[in-house]
Ligand binder design. Structure first.
Ligand SMILES: Nc1ncnc2c1ncn2[C@@H]1O[C@H](COP(=O)(O)OP(=O)(O)OP(=O)(O)O)[C@@H](O)[C@H]1O
Ligand SMILES: [Mg+2]
Length: 233
């Protein structure tokens, strides 16, 4: 297994946003997290990627306890993520945004990689445009591109296709499947259940900070507690 969460908790003052969540992610797996707005999904990502400190619990990535690790260490050891709300360097170009990601590789090599990634994401045309001229959907794609620049072992995708058009959403399914076939592990948050069904081997369901169910798409979508809390009858 590549990621293990042990009883992780996050309190924001009196609000318990993540309540003793434990689960594991196997190497090469695509695991989906679903759940209502405000159920703690993005907070969980922020805890895993060390953008906010844990209140308690442990995060083990690739055999290493990263519970107190600094954020920048995560990408260096192969854990990369996108944000639900993209925050590019607005006055830099799309290409420069990719090149600004930390990498031990020399710049010419990074540039080749960045151009390949832009091609994959159908953003080549925008390479030299400023990021603040991108549409909402294009910024989502740029987020994925930035996350791929570090050649991660594991990718956390927070609603990476929200606002992306249907054709491109399908292409991203294919892209993520290809990356997984090459060994990438993916943990993703998404509300679009059809997209989730196509991609995920397994699902985790969150509700009010708690993990309320896990299993295959079929198991989870038939679960009475999940229907009540999230999907509707
Ligand atoms: N920095 C913060 N300070 C205080 N409360 C926060 C903070 N971040 C998140 N919360 C609260 O934690 C809860 C979980 O928020 P979170 O963003 O994790 O939800 P989510 O499941 O990702 O929802 P959505 O599907 O809408 O993206 C919410 O009640 C939110 O208001
Ligand atoms: Mg969220």
């Amino acid at each position: 297994m590549i990621l293990e969460l042990q009883n992780i908790v996050k309190d924001f003052g009196g609000l318990r946003a993540v309540a003793k969540v434990s689960f594991t992610v196997k190497a090469g797996e695509i695991l989906g997290i679903i759940g209502p707005n405000g159920s703690g999904k993005s907070t969980l990502f922020n805890l895993i990627s060390r953008h906010i400190p844990l209140s308690s619990g442990r995060v083990i990535f690739d055999g290493r306890d990263i519970s107190n690790a600094p954020t920048h260490l995560c990408s260096r050891i192969g854990l990369s993520r996108t944000f639900q709300i993209p925050s590019p360097f607005t006055r830099m170009t799309v290409l420069e945004n990719l090149l600004a990601v930390y990498s031990p590789s020399p710049l010419p090599k990074m540039r080749i990689k960045a151009l390949e990634i832009l091609e994959m994401l159908k953003l080549s045309r925008l390479a030299n445009e400023r990021a603040d001229s991108c549409s909402g959907g294009q910024l989502k794609l740029l987020e994925i591109g930035r996350a791929l620049m570090t050649d991660p072992k594991m990718l956390l995708l927070d609603e990476c296709v929200a606002g992306v058009n249907p054709v491109l959403r399908q292409e991203i399914v294919a892209l993520l499947q290809t990356l997984r076939a090459k060994g990438l592990t993916i943990l993703l948050i998404e509300h679009d259940m059809d997209w989730v069904r196509q991609l995920c081997d397994r699902l985790i369901v969150m509700h009010q900070g708690e993990l309320i169910a896990q299993g295959s798409f079929e198991e989870v979508t038939k679960n009475a507690i999940v229907l009540e809390a999230y999907l509707g009858a």
